[in-house]
Design a protein around this ligand. Sequence first.
Ligand code: MN
Length: 231
Amino acid sequence: MDHVFPPAVIAALPVAGSSARFPVHRIYCVGRNYVDHAKEMGGTGREAPFFFMKPADAVLPVTPGVVGTMHYPTQTAELHHEVELVVAIGTGGRDIKAADALGHVWGYAVGIDMTRRDLQAEAKKLGRPWCVSKGFDESAPIGPVHRIADTGVIDSARIYLEVNGTVRQDSNVDKLIWNVAETIETLSGYFALLPGDLIFTGTPGGVAAVRQGDLLAFGVEGLDRLELRIV
Ligand code: MN
C-alpha cells in the first residue's frame, strides 16, 4: 500500500458475547418514524419518514455495566437525546424487498441519536443541511451489537431513556411507522447497503435537552440497559 499517511482506524463496535468486533461502514438514520415524536417535532405523524446520515466514526461505544462518557459538544445550548433501536446490516444489497429484508440484518443494538436541536431548528428554518446538528463527534452513543441469531427478530420491545432517574422516553418498537423491513426496502432504493451499515430506526416521543453532569440510562428490552454521563 502506498497511502501518504496511515488510513484512519475503521470504527467498530463490540459484539455481545464475543471478542469479535463489528466494523462500521455507514450510519443511516430515519427521521420521524414514531407518530408521537413526529407530532412533537411539529408534524402530523402522517408524513413519510426520511433519511439522514452520521459519519461512521461518530459512534461512541458504550459498554454494559460501565458508565460511558460523552463530551457536551461545542456550538449548542440544546443537546437532545433520541433513544433508538439500531439495526446492523450483515449482507448488503440494492432494492431489497421488505419480504427479504430481515435476511440482511446481522444484529441489533441500542443507541442514541444525539442532536444539537437548536442548530437543527435553525437549519430547518433556513433550508440548510443537518450535518452539524446530527453528524458531530460522539453523536452516536451505542451499545454492543447482538446477533439476530441470538435475539430473534425484534418487532416488539420496550424502548426507554431516563435522565437522572426520571423516565423521559418510554415506548415500544412496535410503534415504528415504518418497521425495520420496510425501512431497509426504502433505504436500499436510495443507497447500496453494505455489510457494516448501521440504521438508527427513529425515536419515540419525549426528546428533551440534557446538561453537563446528567446521567442517561437507556435501553431496548432484550438488548442492553446502558448508562452514559454527559461531561
Ligand atoms: Mn433520530
